[in-house]
Unconditional design. Structure first.
Length: 431
């Protein structure tokens, strides 16, 4: 019982220190700004907002906390160690990388860079700096690179789980110019989670563990303490050829594959160090391959968010709207309204006005099967039942997707250019 109380007290202290860490709250501010920009884009394109940016930020906090608990249990059980000075280096490298690309906030990049820096320092054993750098260089040389790679793998497994559970729910619709000059619909899928991690560190007056952590073998210490490592994980992608839930499934499966491959290399690197730099290259290169794979896949398929001769395609459904009550789904096609065939937005409005008190819809689902839905109409409801349709040639604004940097986060999220809305955002990327 005393051991449980001691563990609980140390863990609570570490969590409190982690939640008070400025890096954690800077991450929360970054996430809130990103979601607010997404809301502003929705308002400009559709004159509505899909969801509150405060709600998205809150869900991101809860999701990151849940994932942090799961990863922390695994990391503590394995004894993956990161010295405090190396944690600071991780934050510094992450900050520098984010100045160029927001998606480089991912731990895979900063962690991979640290392992490669360790290799360089070990190849220069005679270089011994003086002053404050001496401790950092020593800690980096002695860092358990395999343990850091294991943490990166575990974090990406948690990210895959969060993508599968939450990414589709917060997908944001938009319009864009296709390569063939047509205006097509798509979804921007941006999710970021602040994740507080608990890790073990050697401590002279620390706790005696009832087990021997795998990555702590050979470290002479009389006790252990807990320390917090706040990080940010994120998923940023776009699709115009998949439904959001289908894209989330594909991405999550690839992230699981990435995590499994990196975990295997990291465990082998624990017994043979030369594999650690290879693991760092795998962490970075395979991450970039995921980005390339997503881009290639999207460019090789036809857009699904366009109208055809059967009717009007539903791109999105507003939460809490009549369309959601009718269980209409993105990807379905509205063929008839009140018995009237509809092929344009104007035709939809006229058909709805044909019976102001009631509407009956004939809808084609994704399999081409017909279903009929109906309900009463009320005066204060959305003029399209809460349905956001795929674009036509009369759209006034489209989003021009661009790589997103930190500087662009604090600029206006759009500027007008030939009636085009240029939104700074990451195109088809994972992080």
């Amino acid at each position: 019982m005393d051991l449980i109380v001691a563990f609980g007290t140390r863990i609570a202290q570490a969590i409190l220190v982690g939640l008070l860490n400025p890096f954690y709250w800077l991450a929360v501010v970054f996430i809130a700004i990103q979601y607010r920009r997404q809301m502003l884009l929705e308002r400009r394109l559709y004159a509505v907002k899909m969801r509150s940016w405060l709600e998205q930020t809150w869900r991101a906090l809860l999701g990151g906390l849940a994932a942090g608990v799961i990863v922390s249990f695994a990391a503590v059980g394995l004894g993956a160690l990161i010295p405090s000075s190396v944690m600071i280096l991780l934050w510094i490298i992450t900050f520098v990388l984010v100045l160029f690309r927001v998606r480089w906030i991912c731990l895979a990049y900063a962690g991979g860079v640290l392992v490669l820096l360790q290799l360089i320092l070990r190849l220069m054993p005679d270089w011994q700096p003086s002053g404050w750098m001496a401790a950092w260089v020593t800690d980096l040389r002695d860092m358990n690179a395999a343990g850091l790679l294991v943490i990166i793998a575990l974090v990406h497994a948690a990210e895959a789980w969060l993508v599968r559970k939450q990414a589709a729910r917060f997908a944001s619709p938009f319009y864009m110019d296709s390569k063939r000059g047509r205006i097509v619909g798509g979804y921007q899928m941006n999710m970021f989670w602040p994740m507080p991690l608990l890790l073990l560190v050697p401590a002279a007056d620390g706790l005696v563990l009832p087990w021997m952590p795998l990555f702590a073998e050979g470290i002479g210490t009389s006790g252990w303490a807990f320390t917090a490592l706040p990080i940010v994980i994120g998923f940023s992608d776009m699709t115009y050829t998949y439904l959001p839930q289908d894209k989330a499934k594909v991405t999550a499966s690839r992230l699981y594959m990435y995590a499994a491959a990196l975990l295997a290399v990291a465990l082998l690197a624990h017994w043979w160090y030369p594999l650690a730099p290879i693991g760092a290259l795998v962490a970075i290169a395979m991450h970039e391959w995921l980005v390339y794979q997503s881009r290639s896949e999207e460019s090789g398929r036809s857009s699904m968010y366009t109208h055809d001769k059967r009717g009007l395609l539903i791109q999105a459904v507003l939460p809490g709207s009549p369309a959601e009550e009718l269980k209409l789904q993105p990807g379905e096609i509205i063929s008839k309204v009140n018995g009237i065939p509809v092929r344009t937005k104007e035709g939809l409005h006229q058909a709805l006005r044909a019976n102001a008190a009631f509407c009956k819809l004939e809808v084609l689902n994704s399999n081409g099967d017909v279903k009929f839905v109906q309900r009463a109409m009320y005066a204060d409801e959305h003029h399209q039942l809460g349905v956001l349709l795929a674009p036509d040639d009369k759209v006034s604004y489209v989003a021009a997707m661009k790589p997103l940097s930190v500087r662009q986060l604090f600029l206006s999220p759009w500027r007008k250019s030939n009636k085009r809305l240029e939104q700074a955002s990451e195109e088809q990327t994972l992080s």
